[in-house]
Design a protein around this ligand. Structure first.
Ligand SMILES: [Zn+2]
Length: 133
């Protein structure tokens, strides 16, 4: 069931609301960016994210195919979310679950986790090793 969560970066300059159904699963990926950032995320549609503060405080980073915009707080460096676009489903956001202030550890642990082999550009596959993600 969709629930509205409230998120922020570390310094609080960036605040947002996100409608997320954690029962639909969360995602961990072994690509170079997710690995270094330990980015545990949930995907939501483009209309399910609302910025409530600090949209002008975000800095954008792209790498590789440059198709995904990774956003960081320019003050504290925390990445609250990334944004991408698919031809069939349109704009999506990948929300950093660690930034959700009203998501309890218990609720996070109860959510299913899916693993993607982004390191080898096979996001549909589960990597052979996932314990470090
Ligand atoms: Zn910040």
């Amino acid at each position: 069931m969709n629930k509205t969560y409230h998120g922020s970066c570390h310094c609080g300059a960036i605040k947002f609301e996100a409608d997320i159904d954690l029962d639909q699963g969360t995602s961990k990926c072994n690509c170079s960016s997710c690995t270094k950032g330990r980015f545990w995320k949930a995907f939501i549609g483009g209309e399910a994210l609302r910025m409530t503060a600090g949209i002008d405080q975000l800095i954008e980073y792209r790498f590789g195919g440059r198709t995904i915009a990774h956003f960081f707080c320019q003050t504290c460096g925390v990445k609250p979310f990334g944004r991408g676009e698919m031809e069939d489903t349109g704009v999506f956001y990948a929300i950093n679950l660690a930034c959700l202030d009203d998501l309890t550890p218990e609720a996070l642990l109860a959510a299913p986790v899916e693993y993607q082999d982004g390191r080898h550009d096979h996001w549909e596959n589960r990597p052979a090793e996932v314990r470090h993600l």
